[in-house]
Design a protein around this ligand. Sequence first.
Ligand code: N01
Length: 549
Amino acid sequence: MVGGFNRRAPPIQFDARNKLDARNKRQGLRENLNAFWTGFRFPAYSACVASDAAAVNMPKHVQTLIVGAGFAGLGLAARILREQSQADVLVIERGNDVGGTWRDNTYPGCACDVPTSLYSFSFAPSAEWSHIFARQPEIYRYLRQVAADTGVLDRVVTECELQEAQWDDSKALWAVRTSSGTLTADVLVVATGALSTPSYPDIPGLETFGGTSFHSAKWNHDHNLRGERVAVIGTGASAVQFVPEIESATKHLTVFQRTPAWVIPRLDRELFGLEKYLYRRIPWVQKAVRGSVYSLREALGGLLQHATGLLPVFEAAAKAHLLRQVRDPELRRKLTPVFTIGCKRILLSNDWLRTLDRPDVTLVDAGLAGVTPDGVVDAAGNEHKVDTIIFATGFTPTEPPVAHALRGSNGRTLAEHWNGSPSAYKGATVAGFPNLFLMYGPNTNLGHSSIIYMLESQSTYVIDALKVMRQSAIASFEVTEDAQRRYNTRIQSALEKTVWNKGGCSSWYYDSEGRNSVQWPTFTWKFRAQMQRFDEENYISRRMGPSFS
Ligand code: N01
């Protein structure tokens, strides 16, 4: 499945692997004692995890089924296997490889905008990153290597899409239909990512366009942009990365901006050989760097959440950056946001603004009226003739398609239950949907730090829940409506004070009900603290009985 994977790359260091092995052995003994738990059985599918879809032979039942093999699904599976090497866990992935968003987003210049020392698994540090902000190919390579080194790869079925999952209350399990067959699962974990389904704007006439069009998350590498007139729709985190990369090849670039973003310099550089050497030889050096990046980011989070009065200092820095890079005052005016910095994601770029100031680039901020066979018409009625349209219009985090595939205890889908406004308990569980965990669920996104930290916190919660189920012979758990309601009231009230809610912008953090159902409102360590333990007291649990055997 991972043809081209560089097996000669230096191994990723695994923290205290030996200690873990010993713990795993002790754990293994305990697991055997607890083997009465229905789902416990040795995996029967290792041979069916395939390099070609035809060889896939789905198991009939699995204890823990994870949907999605990106950072969230891989990280969780890796940690489950570290705790219990024989755990009955299966990962299904609709793509042809692991890697999630870092497999799919291959646009020119794609890179992480969070320092990679923090945007990587805590249990799998790598000393091989090329830059402070790693590039997409190396992050993708890293994920494949982690999947291989942790044994997760042997539990992944690729090209296997979840089509429907229905909770069966009488048997206390999920009946799952996939593109590769059906199976049942005791526990279902949805790790399909919040930024995985591309969003396309609803522009009249789009279907009449005679040229080429594609989304930044599905870059068409077979199409050569050289000498073309290209339109880019959207000016978010993806556009600022690829526009400077493609501009010199195109004949003319027309960038359609709906809302200008605050942009600050990306303080990036190559990592020195000495740094990599130290990271390899003295792992705590890298841990210290990770710790400092984390602390600085938490300080920024503090400003975004609690001290919005200090944010104009950052706006001044962003305005100075704009002044340095753009000579044309009219263009500077168009590029100056009218909302508080941080309300939308702060963009990092050293060449985006400068690129927009080039003579072969036009920034259109009049809005979009439609598409003709030859080009794009702006709201002022001007037609911009183009050969290719690239949509850099983001994703659909508040309307995840997977929610249509999950049916809870009353037969309604999660999408029907949410009705356009997602909410969950701790971003992880939903009343009416027993034995279901969401990774990167509602109100777990960040504006200041690494989502990997949040995902690892969620993994801790899921793993503890699995342990509690095993130890207490619990067949099913379901969060109480009351706990979920109280939790969300608290989250929404905390969000009220933050820049994401009161910064004067509209953003993809808001759902169709006008509720911010995306952002985590406070420090990430507070999220970690609440995810340390599976709080059974907020759940309705059903013990195993003869009907569940
Ligand atoms: O998408 P976006 P993205 N007509 O939603 C515009 C993550 N990420 O792909 O601002 C016209 O940020 C929209 O305009 P407006 C990161 O979390 C991470 O760039 O809504 N324009 C905006 O300009 C990021 O936030 C990394 O008014 C329309 C743009 O399209 C997220 O991915 C790297 C429109 C969309 O910007 C998404 O980034 C890259 C319409 N109908 C991305 N609809 C990391 O390094 C939308 N727009 C971790």
